[in-house]
Each structure stands twice: as structure tokens, then as C-alpha cells.
Design a protein around this ligand. Structure first.
Ligand code: UDP
Ligand code: MG
Length: 324
């Protein structure tokens, strides 16, 4: 394995732009053109070589996405693609693309098909890579295009991750550059519950950030339902830390102490002949403890569910077709 940056490529690097696509027929023709312009600009500026390419990952789209991708590939061989057998979600689609691109490039950049991530920042990332950086995170300088609710929930979530001790990059989503060395290391992470935003900092190579303005979608709608978003958010914590279970234990221990105080109070009340009073406090505590127990079971279940998925060791994606 190459251990130094200089030995991974001679001269100009081959850059792969990995683009996960799920039902993106509305944006794809336009974003393909913009991304091709970026490749052309990089080759004319001399920061990437002519072998650089765009790798679309069709994540089981039900619309014309794959047909559009095939036409793009016919029009220019720098448009390459793989098609997954069915929809596996953005994380798996990106992984499939990155592991496919790994042996064909010196660095890969994941970009959303809707180009909410700035194409200009791609060039900045490649320049940082040329200076010896293995991972370059795209960090949003503004969230002006997000709704107030999305901005608030996203930022609260990053803070929650930090509180749980997770090493993630604030306001970074999936827009990042990874050197071939980083991709090699990523391929050793064998987990099924993927959360690349957590895995990349865990790899721990030399990293840097590039800030950019997150724009509105070029066309079409978000492919994330609130439930899908919540599912990624839960994975983002439970795939990296068992602290929520420890918190349950601490809450349980605290309640036990409280319980001893309540028991003394109940006993004293009984001895004083006031035992029937306190219906309200009884009702409140039954409901409170009932929900606490269910939430706790749910959190523990989340981890058991993860173990269940991991031990089966099923393939993380299935590539049905390749246009390389
Ligand atoms: N995506 C995917 N599989 C999915 C959902 C989304 O490959 O199951 C892709 C989608 O086509 C896009 C990227 O992931 O390129 C980000 O999705 P989207 O723009 O809908 O997310 P948002 O920006 O709204 O968070
Ligand atoms: Mg988007």
C-alpha cells in the first residue's frame, strides 16, 4: 500500500465525481452539463487529468434516471455509471460509487445530483487535495435556502452528536473529497449501518474544510421523507456510540434514589393514616415511568436491531449494471 501522498499519483490526479441518483430525471440533464463543465475547467486549469470522470450511481430509480444516464454515457465516456438492483438509500449508493471509483481515481468527491453543493467548491477541494490533504469536507457557510425548521433541527442534531462525543464536522453533509488512501481505508469499514459523516473523521487522515453556500435544488423535490431523515439521524448516533444506553442506566439509578425517598414518604403517610391521598401523583408517576421504560426499551432495541443487521452480514448493495 502507498504510504505517502506523492507516490499515489504522478503529475495531475484523476478525479472522480460520485453522484448518487434516486429519481432525479428533472435535474440530471442540467447537473450533468454543469459537472462536465467543472471537469473541463479542472483539466484546462491543469489541476486534474483528462481521465477524470463522473460516476453516477442509480439507486433503484423508478423514473427515467437510468435511461438519461445511459444516453449521457453514450454521448461522452467521461460519464460513467453503475446501477443498483434496488433502492438502498443515499449512504449505500455513495459507498457503492466510492468503492467502484476507488481503483480508477486518485481522489473521489461525492456530490448530490441536485447540485445544492457548489460546483466551484469542487475545484477548491481538488486544490487542497493537491497540497496533500486526504479528506476535504464541504461545510455550509449559510443555510439560507433551508426552512427555519430544517435549519433548527439540523443544527440541534449536530450539537446532540457533539454532546454524545461523536467526532463529526459541524454543518457538513455528504459533500466531500476523499483521497485514494482514504477510500482504501473506507473499504476496511465493513459495517452495514452506514454513516459516512461519522466514518470519515474516524479514519483520521489529514483533513481540511472548504466552505460554500448551499443553494436550492436545481429542480424536483427532496428524496427524503421525514421518516427516512429520522432514520439516518438515529443511525448517525447509534452506529457510533453506546452512550444513550449509559444515559438510561444513569436515569434508572437516579430514579432508584428517588424511589427510596418516595418509599419513605409512602410509609410515613401509611403510618399516619393518610394512605388514600395522592391519586394525582400516582397517575403521573405511572405514566411517566411507563413512557420512560418504553423509551428505554426502544433505545436498547435500536442497538439489538443493529446487531441483528450486522451479524447477518448481507451484501450492502448489489450492482446490476455497469457503464465504466
Ligand atoms: N438519494 C439516493 N437514494 C435515496 C435518497 C436520495 O441516492 O434513497 C440521492 C439523491 O438523488 C440526491 C442525494 O441523495 O443526489 C441527496 O438527496 P436529496 O437532495 O433529496 O436530499 P436533501 O438535499 O433534500 O437532504
Ligand atoms: Mg438535495
Amino acid at each position: 500500500m502507498n504510504t505517502t501522498k506523492a507516490s499515489t499519483y504522478q503529475g495531475k490526479p484523476t478525479i472522480a465525481l460520485v453522484v448518487p441518483c434516486f429519481n432525479e430525471q428533472e435535474v440530471l440533464p442540467e447537473s450533468a452539463n454543469i459537472l462536465l463543465d467543472v471537469l473541463n475547467k479542472m483539466t484546462s486549469e491543469g489541476i486534474a487529468n483528462k481521465e477524470s470522470f463522473i460516476l453516477f450511481v442509480n439507486d433503484g430509480s423508478k423514473d427515467n434516471t437510468w435511461c438519461i444516464i445511459k444516453n449521457l454515457h453514450d454521448s461522452d465516456p467521461r460519464f460513467k455509471a453503475i446501477s443498483l438492483a434496488h433502492n438502498r438509500g443515499q449512504q449505500s449508493a455513495m459507498l457503492a460509487g466510492l468503492l467502484t471509483a476507488k481503483n480508477m481515481c486518485d481522489a473521489a468527491i461525492t456530490v448530490d445530483a441536485d447540485l445544492q453543493d457548489s460546483p466551484d467548491a469542487i475545484i477548491e477541494m481538488v486544490k487542497k487535495f493537491a497540497q496533500g490533504t486526504d479528506i476535504v469536507y464541504g461545510v455550509r457557510s449559510s443555510r439560507a435556502t433551508d426552512s427555519w425548521a430544517k435549519r433548527f433541527t439540523a443544527r440541534t442534531y449536530y450539537k446532540l452528536q457533539a454532546a454524545f462525543g461523536l467526532d463529526t464536522v459541524y454543518d457538513h453533509s455528504e459533500f466531500r473529497l476523499m483521497s485514494r488512501r482514504a477510500l482504501e481505508m473506507l473499504s476496511d469499514y465493513d459495517e452495514r449501518t452506514l454513516y459516512l459523516r461519522g466514518i470519515m473523521p474516524h479514519i483520521g487522515l489529514i483533513s481540511d474544510t472548504v466552505s460554500y453556500d448551499r443553494r436550492a435544488r436545481l429542480a424536483g423535490n427532496t428524496k427524503y421523507s421525514p421518516i427516512a431523515l429520522l432514520s439516518v439521524a438515529i443511525d448517525g448516533i447509534t452506529a457510533f456510540t453506546a452512550k444513550p444506553m449509559r444515559i438510561i442506566f444513569s436515569v434508572g439509578a437516579f430514579l432508584l434514589i428517588l424511589d427510596i425517598i418516595v418509599a419513605i414518604y409512602v410509609l410515613v403517610s401509611y403510618l399516619q393514616g393518610n394512605a388514600v391521598s395522592g391519586w394525582s401523583s400516582l397517575m403521573l408517576s405511572v405514566w411517566f415511568l411507563g413512557s420512560l421504560i418504553l423509551i428505554s426499551l426502544g433505545i436498547v432495541g435500536e442497538y439489538i436491531g443493529k446487531i441483528f443487521v450486522e451479524v447477518k452480514h448481507r451484501p450492502r448493495y448489489a450492482i446490476m449494471e455497469q457503464l465504466l
